[in-house]
Write a protein that binds this ligand. Sequence first.
Ligand code: SAH
Ligand code: SF4
Length: 350
Amino acid sequence: MKKQDLKSLTRNELISWFAKEGYPKFRGKQVFNWIYKNGAQDFDEMTNLPSNMQEDLKEKSFISNNLILKDVFSASDGTTKYLWSLSDCETIEGVYLPFVKDGRHSICISSQVGCAMKCSFCATGNDGYVRDLTPGEIVEQVTNIQRSISKEEFGEPRISNVVFMGMGEPLDNMDSVLKAINIINDEKGMDIGMRRITVSTSGIVPKIRELANIEMQLVLAISLNSPNNFLRDSLMPINKKYPIEELIKAVKYYIEKTNRRVTFEYVLIDELNDSKELAFELAGLLKGLLCHVNLIPLNPVDQFNFKSPSKKVVNEFRDILESKGIETTIRQERGKNIEAACGQLRHLKK
Ligand code: SAH
Ligand code: SF4
């Protein structure tokens, strides 16, 4: 008999599995609570279960532990990068970003080993695609970081925000990502608010429409990086399949369905996409959309020649967008010296 991995189930699925196995439903609820509220890693910790049930559960199921921590890197600003290896020895990375001023404890996690999108400025894309992560492997990044930052076992500070901006294209592995979101959002578990979960995509149009139809309250971020097809084609090959007009149409549909403000991310690369003309063109493209722009000065990646623009150029780009009524922020630089910043994550070749 194949044992059931309890970590790959949402709360409802877990309760159904318990019912199917002939246990009372409330036992399923208790076990979900143990795993996600208390961070239990095995049945012996679940002290309110009768011991014969603990033994029975061990025979029929397990609580997977897929991630083995290989290395931790910490920067002086508290940013911490985790390198994990998976059961097939592939590696992934996740990052913890504490924001002391506003009490936010954000984490940035991966959705795939590598990425198939091949954006020209991104270390993950440069390494190519290896495989999708399972829901359990996604959820475990969250539980592992929670365990590591907790002062007491699985306690304060609680992770408040989760962004899918680590390795991989989340909408290229949408079912697993949504299942993982369902689990970490569950109020009986980690209870991370839907509005504090961000899914960032390079722009897979049909998946954006699918996501719109589910009408979840999460934050959708679109990695735009250029306001026109000519330039975007050269930076992000996905644009040849889903050009900007189609992308914007899908974003409009998303806003209509969810009433949620969308974020556009724009990585600024020196003398490539940082001119004033492009700032005006971008403002024109986004005019009237319920959105916000997040400018990300490029984080250098060793083998590429791209550079980050000067502070002055970044500020001017922002000022132009703001002058046209587009709310714009500049991404604070974090964790650069430990290569934990956007686009710097990579998996190790086996
Ligand atoms: N695949 C998804 C999510 C992961 S990438 C996506 O592309 O949206 C997360 C963000 O990192 C994206 O906005 C991407 O444009 C940005 N990024 C990639 N490489 C970067 C680099 N070298 N410097 C700064 N940001 C980068
Ligand atoms: Fe993949 Fe995002 Fe990197 Fe592009 S920027 S290669 S979509 S991870």
